[in-house]
Design a protein around this ligand. Structure first.
Ligand code: NAD
Length: 390
């Protein structure tokens, strides 16, 4: 298939108002797919709860899709509702009958899930029940619908052997089998993703559902060709100690003259990818669906970095821009290894045609410049990590 001859699909984007979901919905719509967004808008309420906001000003979801229609003529219907409400989920499935559902609609912050008992319980109920409802709606309405589920590389933890893509061949007492790769998640949030993976794998076996679990690395960047078209299409970007992720957070800290907050030694190594590759990977997964009954796992990242390596790189680029930035090693609020072996396989999406955007100084410079433009929106009080694992 030529890339300009894309099969047109009906794709439901759950969590389509969020950091990954919004640019994905626009990308899929631009590529000719029929897209519908489902979101409860709860992410915007967590900003209120935490007293923070996206660095970039973001339009309401209604304004976003109206602007998209005005600029491109393309329509993205939206349905506001909670995935933990089964009647709502089933009604959207009956109305839209998707070929694929991309499921971003979860609470995705590890620190948020570690605030206290209520936040841990909320995260697991929100994520596990939402995913179960989607599985039951697929079974009730359209068994052929391909579930593309966002998981996380954090499901695997940091074992002292290579991390495989979902499965590992094991020889034990003279017998051999291919088994799910062991999971050693870091937080109640990451645990919720493991519970999801198990539920999905079971439903694939029991009901013949087709599913792809995308164990995504940490996403950095902000702009995609679509989100930069107009201010009303701008994506959110978080810098606070709860939702801000390494790299994006460092660039914003560098721009406003805050120390780069490395937790502990900074030897924590993870997989990372550009937001432009997130949207690309989702479309590749949709265009090449799993088989009925197949529970497929892809490791969705393009490069590995340690947290300290990233802080040093941001520090260097900032210095070239005339900004003097310090790296602060804060006491680590998390329970995790700060120096460890890490090597994770990530070939399956490349095999499907992923053309990665590798981390460049130009991208870091642009992120820092964006943050300088919106520096008045940064509140220093919300930058330090608050939730602790102990
Ligand atoms: P986000 O918080 O920006 O977006 C999530 C969206 O889902 C929000 O718009 C929120 O309102 C919605 N949502 C949450 N619970 C819902 C519910 N019960 N019903 C309806 N809508 C609901 O998060 P993100 O950064 O875009 O992440 C999207 C997905 O990708 C998550 O599942 C996350 O675990 C995964 N992921 C993200 C990253 C990253 O670096 N951002 C890394 C790995 C995996």
């Amino acid at each position: 298939m030529r890339t300009d001859e894309v099969k047109r699909m009906r794709i439901l984007v759950a969590g389509g108002d969020g950091f990954c979901g919004w640019p994905t919905a626009l990308h899929l719509s631009k590529r000719g797919h029929e897209v519908i967004i489902v979101d409860s808008l709860i992410r915007r309420k967590w900003d209120e709860e935490l007293g923070t906001q996206s660095l970039t000003p973001i339009a309401t979801l209604e304004e976003r899709v109206a602007a998209w229609k005005e600029l491109t003529g393309l329509e993205i219907p939206i349905r506001i509702g909670d995935l933990t409400n089964y009647e709502f989920v089933e009604s959207v499935f009956r109305e839209f009958e998707p070929d694929a559902i991309v499921h971003f609609g979860e609470q995705r912050s590890a620190p948020y899930s570690m605030i206290d008992r209520e936040h841990a319980v909320f995260t697991q109920v929100n994520n596990v029940v939402g995913t179960l409802n989607i599985l039951f709606a697929i079974k009730a309405v359209k068994l052929d619908c391909h579930l593309i589920k966002l998981g996380t590389m954090g499901e695997y933890g940091t074992p002292n052997i290579d991390v495989e893509e979902g499965y590992i061949r094991i020889r034990h007492k003279g017998r051999e089998d291919v088994l799910p790769y062991p999971k050693q998640p870091f937080s109640f949030y990451h645990l919720s993703k493991v519970h999801d993976s198990h539920n999905i794998m079971f439903c694939c076996k029991a009901w013949g559902i087709r599913a792809t679990d995308l164990n995504q690395g940490v996403v950095y960047g902000l702009w995609t060709p679509e989100t930069r078209m107009d201010e009303r299409l701008y994506n959110r970007i978080d810098y606070d100690g709860v939702f801000g992720t390494a790299l994006n957070r460092f660039c914003i800290q560098a721009a406003v003259g805050h120390d780069l907050t490395v937790y502990g030694k900074g030897g924590q190594t993870r997989g990372f990818l550009d937001i432009r590759d997130t949207v690309q990977c989702i479309e590749l997964a949709a265009l090449h669906p799993a088989e009925p009954g197949e529970f497929r796992v892809f490791n969705q990242f393009t490069e590995q970095f340690s947290v300290l390596e990233l802080a040093q790189r941001v520090q260097r680029v900032a210095a070239e821009m005339g900004l003097k930035v310090n790296i602060a090693h804060l006491p680590n609020p998390r329970v995790e290894k700060e120096q460890h072996y890490y090597n994770a396989v990530h070939t399956k999406l490349t095999d499907l045609g992923l053309k990665p955007h590798l981390l460049s100084d130009d991208l870091l410079r642009e992120l820092i410049e964006t943050a300088q433009r919106y520096r008045d929106r940064v509140d220093f009080k919300v930058i330090a990590p608050t939730a602790t694992w102990r």
